[in-house]
Design a protein around this ligand. Structure first.
Ligand code: ZN
Ligand code: ZN
Length: 53
C-alpha cells in the first residue's frame, strides 16, 4: 500500500541539518536530506536548487 512511496524515501540523518527522520535523495548530488531541505518540485536538495536556479 505504501510501496510507491518507499522507493524514494529513506530513513536516516539529513546531510544539511543533521536531523534524523525521513529523507529524500537529491537527484543531482545524491545526498539524503529531510523534507525541509528537499524540493519536491525539482527533486533536488536546497543546495543544488540554489545552484541551478
Ligand atoms: Zn534537513
Ligand atoms: Zn543536491
Amino acid at each position: 500500500m505504501v510501496d510507491r512511496l518507499r522507493n524514494m524515501e529513506v530513513y536516516g540523518i539529513c546531510s544539511i541539518c543533521g536531523k534524523a527522520g525521513k529523507l529524500y535523495t537529491c537527484r543531482f548530488c545524491g545526498k539524503n536530506v529531510c523534507n525541509e531541505h528537499f524540493d519536491f518540485a525539482t527533486g533536488l536538495c536546497i543546495n543544488c536548487k540554489g545552484k541551478i536556479i
